[in-house]
Design a protein around this ligand. Structure first.
Ligand code: ADP
Ligand code: DAR
Length: 351
């Protein structure tokens, strides 16, 4: 394997972290599952515009290739090698009164966690048979859920094109065309073994075998962030009674992408911010101050539409689940405050 010259000049955390020395140290290493450095960096080399660029094949990847991943993790999560991850899924510890009762700004709220089954290869390295076993086992467990969590499983294989497109356009189902995931080997045997479980109201959903083995999701219209968090915690508690998830006292819940380690939680709102949309510099200053990420509204790498933005916590490791949601909440409070100030300025200048 030769040093990937394509990375020179790229801005990804992979490009910034993979020095020639680290490359020489790691180039012959592999995990018990034969996950090599070449597989770790494949997506980031093929997609030079990656923000991160590296994926794991199993929990062991984070140890075998620690020289690289420790740098990426420290940069993304501000989390050092000696730090320990702490979890807190107690909704009582969350301060999040509804901050947009009249619904002027927040359109919808979604909180998700990634989970991977203990001792099973991650999606980048999993065998077709293993992936199908996950689909069968997890969908069976989900179909046994009762009450608000009761629902149905819909395999991607055989799903009508119209139904799939409707679920995607309504923000319920994952897309099938993510070039970063494809290059990482996460689309192998697509669509076999992939699917979505959701309750009747589509407020509780589980993606099976997209980027991680499971994405457990709670979502609803409006800004009642606490209600969404309570539902997610309830669902996690029910599911983890039946499944052992891959976990590490330092890295927290193990994920395919290092950005999703720790809590593996992304708490987001879709929010209308037209004035901040016209003041991008101010928008970014507030986002950076509150450690929040701005995305488009049709999933990662998409664009904002009609001044609607996906606002979410950025840090997922070294903070608890309550802190992730609290980060997002305080960021949204600050954004709405600034949006109102800009609205008032416009009124004053137009008089
Ligand atoms: P994740 O990695 O959390 O799954 P993505 O950015 O890929 O995030 O989004 C996945 C899907 O969830 C997309 O269809 C996106 O539009 C939808 N989504 C994310 N946040 C919200 C939200 N607050 N309200 C409604 N849909 C959302
Ligand atoms: N776009 C890829 C992934 C970054 C983090 N998002 C995930 N894991 N879905 C990149 O490396 O930029």
């Amino acid at each position: 394997m030769k040093f990937p010259k394509k990375l020179q000049g790229a801005n990804s955390l992979l490009a910034k972290s993979l020095t020639k020395a680290i490359f020489e140290e790691l180039k012959e290493k592999k995990t018990t599952n034969n996950f090599t450095l070449k597989k770790v960096i494949k997506s980031g080399v093929k997609n030079i515009d990656s923000s991160i660029g590296a994926y794991a094949g199993d929990k062991e990847t984070y140890t075998v290739f620690a020289a690289l991943f420790d740098k990426i993790i420290a940069e993304y999560h501000n989390f050092k090698k000696e730090d320990l991850h702490q979890s807190n899924l107690n909704p009582e510890d969350l301060f999040a009164p509804n901050l947009d009762i009249e619904g002027k700004y927040i359109i919808s709220t979604r909180i998700r966690v990634a989970r991977n089954i203990k001792d099973v290869s991650l999606g980048t390295a999993i065998l077709k048979k293993q992936r199908n076993e996950i689909e069968n086992r997890v969908s069976t467990i989900l179909k046994s859920l009762k009450g608000e969590l009761a629902g149905k499983y819909y395999a991607l294989k055989g799903m009508r094109k119209e139904e799939k497109e409707s679920l995607i356009s309504n923000h319920f189902l994952f897309k099938s065309d993510d070039r970063f995931l494809e290059a990482a080997g996460l689309h192998r045997d697509w669509p076999n073994g992939r699917g979505i479980f959701h309750n009747n109201d589509k407020t509780f959903l589980v993606w099976i075998n997209e980027e991680d083995h499971l994405r457990i999701i709670s979502m609803q219209q409006g800004g009642n962030i606490k209600e969404v968090f309570v539902r997610l915690v309830h669902a996690i508690e029910k599911i983890q009674q039946k499944i052992d998830f891959a976990y590490d006292k330092h890295l927290g819940y193990i994920a395919t992408c290092p950005t999703n380690l720790g809590t593996a939680m992304r708490a987001s709102v879709h929010i209308k911010l037209p004035k901040l949309g016209e003041n991008k510099k101010t928008f970014k200053v507030i986002a950076d101050k509150y450690k929040i990420q701005i995305r488009g509204i049709d999933g990662e790498h998409s664009k904002s539409k009609e001044n609607i933005y996906d606002i979410s916590n950025k840090q997922r490791l070294g903070v608890s689940e309550v802190a992730c949601v609290q980060d997002m909440y305080y960021g949204v409070v600050a954004l709405i405050k600034k949006e109102k100030e800009l609205e008032n300025n416009t009124k004053l200048t137009s008089k």
